[in-house]
Design a protein around this ligand. Structure first.
Ligand SMILES: [Zn+2]
Length: 432
């Protein structure tokens, strides 16, 4: 298309009410002159037919075409009311596709929000691609994403609720690590919300904001063995079965293995783990589920323990971890109880302080651990999956400072359903 406007150009642009007057490639960018097709407009004050009063060009960035950025040069019409008795003098036209004073078209803003939210791209990267500032993109994310997140139907129909704490800001020299609590729909693997802090009050506040019918539907709650939550649950969700799920129990057991390994390294070598240290080299193998170890990795694990664990305490902690895992792998409550007894017996007999402490925690949460076998829809998968997504968003965001932004980004990534157009395949390969 040259300097002349064309109907097909306008159709390709596909912006309601705007037609393409001309298209020009300027420095690798498409510059499209566009205008409305309005020919007759009535005054909003008196209804008398308005007369044109010139134009003003505003430049707005739109979605790219091909790999080229697009700038719309909107020749915005100014209208004038000539009715002497009317208070209205002049006004500029408006279109739904472009907000007043906007730098981006509405669809470009929606796309910016989708990339940051659904695809977890960095705000800065999206801003760079669109040739606008960081704040412009973040505003688009807040406007478009806020609507998705605030949609009341988003929270409907939760039967199994998961709660988990994750760190929000790492500790600095002057401030401790700040935590948030994530609430997950365990059946659908969706993040429902994130509340600041991991205290009883934080969880209670969120639950308190739910209608009674919502709370009544929740039959199962899976939690981190953190006392603070429990009392909030009793108050609001007394009818629900509380479960300490597989994911959280293993997290605790892994922490014990790590603690004993570090203590042993310090005691035998006099320093923290370093690359060539035998225990440091098997730190990840120690946390791997036993049945996932190949013969070679098993041999490496044994060799590392033989070289770096003279008192056998790390091996004992590892065995304790596996025995705790076995409780969850059993079928039915009687078998789980027997596995639990084997775990207690082991923890009592080996006398490793960290493991004894774990056994005390397990005793305190025994009912909730065994409930794992009777509760419906309570698998560790969703919480774990959501946690991985949370980590991804955190990595992209390079550590958030602002809790509201953090919450919005997390919910957009793992808490809303995106309705996006599925592009049809041009050619379908025929399978012979
Ligand atoms: Zn008027």
């Amino acid at each position: 298309m040259g300097q002349q406007g064309s109907a097909s150009g306008s159709r390709l642009l596909d912006l309601d009410g705007l037609e393409v007057v001309s298209a020009e490639l300027v420095g690798g960018e498409w510059q499209l002159a566009v205008q409305t097709m309005a020919a007759m407009v009535g005054c909003a004050g008196c209804g008398v037919q308005a007369t044109p009063h010139g134009r003003r060009v505003v430049r707005v960035r739109d979605l790219p075409v091909g790999s080229r950025p697009v700038v719309l040069c909107w020749r915005k019409r100014i209208w004038r009311c000539r009715e002497p008795a009317c208070g209205v003098r002049t006004w500029t036209e408006r279109v739904p596709a472009i907000r007043p004073r906007a730098v981006l078209t509405e669809r470009a803003r929606a796309e910016a929000c989708r990339r940051v939210g659904k695809d977890a791209h960095a705000v800065a990267a999206v801003a760079r691609d669109l040739g606008v500032g960081w704040a412009t993109v973040m505003r688009a994310v807040a406007d478009h994403g806020g609507q998705l997140v605030d949609d009341p139907t988003r929270l409907e129909g939760v039967a199994a609720l998961g709660m988990d704490e994750t760190s929000f800001l790492r500790a600095t020299r002057t401030a401790p690590t700040r935590y948030v609590t994530g609430l997950v729909d365990l059946e659908r693997g969706r993040l429902l919300d994130v509340v600041a802090d991991r205290t009883r009050t934080a969880v209670d506040g969120w639950l308190g904001a739910r209608p009674h019918s919502w709370l009544a539907r929740v039959g199962t709650v899976a939690i981190d063995p953190w006392r603070g939550y429990a009392s909030a649950l009793v108050a609001r969700l007394g009818h629900a079965t509380v479960v300490v799920d597989h994911f959280h129990a293993i997290k605790l057991a892994n922490a014990v293995v790590d603690q004993v390994r570090r203590r042993t390294q310090q005691a035998t070598l006099g320093h923290r783990g370093r690359k060539p240290d035998p225990l440091y080299r098997i730190r990840k193998l120690l946390l791997t589920a036993a049945e996932q170890l190949t013969q070679r990795r098993r041999a490496r694990l044994r060799a590392g323990l033989a070289a770096g664990d003279p008192a056998g305490e790390v091996a004992a902690a590892w065995q304790g971890k596996e025995l705790l895992r076995a409780i969850y792998a059993t079928d039915g409550t009687p078998a789980a109880r027997a596995a639990l007894e084997r775990f207690y017996h082991w923890a009592d007999s080996v006398g490793v302080a960290e493991l004894s402490r774990l056994a005390r925690t397990v005793r305190a949460w025994e009912a909730e651990i065994l409930a794992f076998h009777t509760a419906d829809g309570c698998s560790n998968g969703p919480t774990e999956a959501v946690n991985l997504l949370i980590k991804k968003v955190k990595r992209v965001g390079h550590g958030f400072r602002n809790f509201d932004n953090y919450r919005l980004r997390l919910l957009l990534h793992c808490g809303v359903r995106w309705q996006t157009h599925q592009t049809a395949r041009l050619r379908t390969r025929l399978v012979a």
